[in-house]
Design a protein around this ligand. Sequence first.
Ligand code: NI
Length: 391
Amino acid sequence: MRQAATTMSESPASFDEIVARAVELRHDLHAHPELAFEEVRTTQEVRAELTRLGIEWAPCTATGTVGRLAPDASGPGIAFRADLDALPVEEQTELPYQSTVKGWMHACGHDGHTASLLAAAALLKQQERRLSGPVTLIFQPGEEGGHGARRMIEAGALEGVSRIYGFHNWPAIPFGRAVAVEGTVMAANGQFLAIVHGRGGHASQPEGCIDPILALSSFVTQVQQVVSRRVAPQRAAVVTVGRFHAGSANNIIPDRAECEGTIRASTTAQLEEVSQLCAAVFHGTCDAAGARPEWHWTRDYPATVNHPEAAKRAREAVVRVMGPEAPWTEGVPIMAAEDFSYFAERVPGCYLLLGTGRPGKPLESCHSPRFDFDDALIPVVMRLWHDLAGL
Ligand code: NI
């Protein structure tokens, strides 16, 4: 039973009730994953829950929603952000609430991010009159490569916001530990498509051909020198070729070969430098083979860079809520990328990583078909956001 609105929200029963409700919602979202910009049902659930809680909300982009608490409070505005979308992954968990959609899955825990923000919103709503400034709740579509954050900013999500926080669950970090570092927390990323145009012919007569497979293989090997020899060891960067395609039969030298790869770096400027070095290696390799190079580069997300003041506040909240041992810095920055970066470029922000690793439990990283969000984070997020809202 929901208790009367006048009940002290600090009472354990009420807090537990909010957690239980959020867990139920999370499992429902998990069973019904939707991909980027198709989060129709998910968004309906979010809006229905905000309405149930008596929280004012408005659509912001087709499947995004912005909720507002204490809109008339005079202090500086603060925002909390959750992402909504799932991934094209075939679930292999056999959970009672596993995905009901073949080939789609909440393999990154955005179901948990959304449920956690709804739970925090429920808690904050009970103490709305104590909030010193407006609190904006951002439910964002299209985080998985869709630049959904940028669309929401263009649609006005950051109006009246002077600080923003968000989090990602992170299985490689122990449960009870949290990253709230100043500076880069997640990498900038981009992708390349490299096509070698050679000259095909009979495999027995290589002298009459220009072999694009050999040239492209050489590029895949040579490009690894960019990170090892051209980037300072203190600065993080990754170059990975993830797809390589060429040829149709054992006795044919094909006309072309192509590969795709990802580049990640700890600053957005360094990402551009590394991509230019990779392109130079590609052109040089093709030149040496007498092949014609075709290089396509697409920049994806900027680096997620935490503002010093926002990160300091987040770290203080982590210590108060999770204990003095909680702050964690090992393995940071994470070389995955995140479009929270767009929010943090506009207003001072801090993106936290909250650990979910458990001793003795095998690591299932985000995007694994066996991944599941750890519901034990929900009360942690409620307490963190409650603290950061100044309550
Ligand atoms: Ni994610």
